[in-house]
Design a protein around this ligand. Sequence first.
Ligand code: FUB
Ligand code: ZN
Length: 678
Amino acid sequence: MIPASRFIRFFVWQGAIVLACASFQTVIAGPPVALPPLRGLSEVDGKSVVVQGGFWGKRLKTHLDVTIDHSLNELEKDGHIANFDIAAGVAGGECRGHAAFDSDLYKVLEGAMLTLVHGPDPRLATRVESVVDRVLAAQQEDGFLIAFYILKDQHKRWDDMDKHQMYNAGHFFEMAIEHEKLTGNPKVLNAARRFADHIDGIFGPMKRYDVDGHQEVELALIRLYRATGERRYLDLARFFLDERGFLHGAKREPFDPTTEVKGSRPMQQRIARQDHKPIVEQFEAVGHAVRAGYMYAAMVDIVRFMPDAPGYEQALDHLWNDVVERKMYITGGIGTHQYGFEGFGDPYVLSNEGAYCETCAAVAHLLWQYRMNLLKGDAAYIDVLELALLNGVLPGFSIAGNGYFYENRLLKERGQRGPWKGLSCCPTNIARIIPQVGNLAYAVGKDRLLVNLYLGSEATITMESSVGKPHTIHIVQETLYPWDGRVRLVVSPEKTTTFDLQLRVPCWAQGRPVPSDLYSFVNAEVLPIQLTINGTVSAAIPEKDGYLHVVRAWKAGDIVCLEMPMPIQRVHANDKVESDKGKVALMRGPIVYCLEEQDQPGQIVTSLVLPADQPLRSEYRESLLGGVTVVLGEGLASHNKKVPLMAVPYYAWANRENNAMEVWINETPAEVLLKDAP
Ligand code: FUB
Ligand code: ZN
């Protein structure tokens, strides 16, 4: 039985929201298009790119058919949505979950909206809208909206900053922006503004100097600034970044790390949330990897949107080198168990068994790399993005779309995906990142269009022109990538236009698995790439930025064919990575492979040896694991017995049986390594 007072509260709130929406609709309007960056390239909106067919077409279909509904069902079951009903006073019961519970729901709603952009699905749209309304009904008069703190611990709002309070807010803002884009209805965006204004009323210069324990709100506030034109949100994001590494409280004071005992809990907490030193002095990636990734992404946006951000870019360059040269797994995954805070370890300490590589960390990593490319226009960032997407994010969920990994180790004795967890940060991040793959594929600047990812798609992109009004370019991609390195593009500007079509030549096609010396191909020979334009073969040498630049007067129907040979590659890790000594990994194109026990019948994967001179071949198998290319050869089992060996893409492991898996395979028999040891 719901008490009458709660009902009254509900109706009062409902009325307030209806009125608020009605007035906000006319009073508050965002800019017609997102504010463009001051520096670098622009994003291509999700609406502009329709992914179809091929590798990603299948995944997106599963996303719509299975993942989104499955996620909403789980969230409904676990009480994420019911919490809002209780907070709104329309249902009774106890608040369930933890302080960051709301964020999970927002991520799935965002994912649903990003999916709905590509085609009407009235049933899903109605479901989403009804959940959104249940959320909005719980918003407090002062704009505050965290179900946990409305229902429990009212007095502790903004108290323990390690409880991810603003992290909820950030995901709410991101969801609200997508809602407005999808529906044109500003009701959620206006609610987001009220919540952001509430936060802005408490935190900031001459107010309270503090930061959230889990970064995310920073990049979301920048997005909110772009969606609404409200400069305060950009300033607040900057404040939260600049405030890291200071003492928090009523005034801004420097934090002296020597006052904390090294290794003490408070210091560890500061390191975990990258609050141990001012942001522009952070040159080494430390702490919780998800928080770091979101923070670095927001830092890039500050450089893109604020002309005066001294020190930011320098810090970003150092951080990038530290991660890509010393702290990244071959899968693009980041984070180890070394320090027990789901984060970065020491340089080159990349234990395979002890890998953390949280799926969320791969998402955050990818968002950072994406923005680095927008800022600097270099393909190296997309090389890392692609690695993290295919080998860091994709392993996080099953091919059927409803089984998950939270951690992605590179060596496991047993592996079975879990259905869903109370702490569902990873499944819900998957829900929102997969539908973004289309817009991650392109970037656009004045007279230049960058093709960053190869995927079957049809895009309509608006490009700024130096000689007149913006042009619309229609571009169709046909490809079986990542199984095949051939891509066919049909480029159709609305009228004949000269611009630079930049085709990314991935580092794997230029003799390197990653854009650093952390990993290398055993055979670094670069096979010739072929570029054909309207049937005429053209020079295909990428420039230093990793792109083929094709500058010409493009006309409707121009056909571009890119052919990148995709041999199987053996990968060695830098000698400093102890865990990979004497081992080899396999890659083909951007895909990292692994050995699963069930494909090597009767063998123990960790004892198998793949001799350096063993020839390998690849074969596409349509009926295996949703359609994958496998790698086949012969290995050595005990007593040097020759046995057949089959490797499958790492992302596809643990989709059949609960069995052992390894990415790094012995290349040198263990006895030899032992003999050579000092
Ligand atoms: O909900 C926040 C998320 O929980 C973090 O990003 C994950 O690492 C997990 O701790
Ligand atoms: Zn997670």
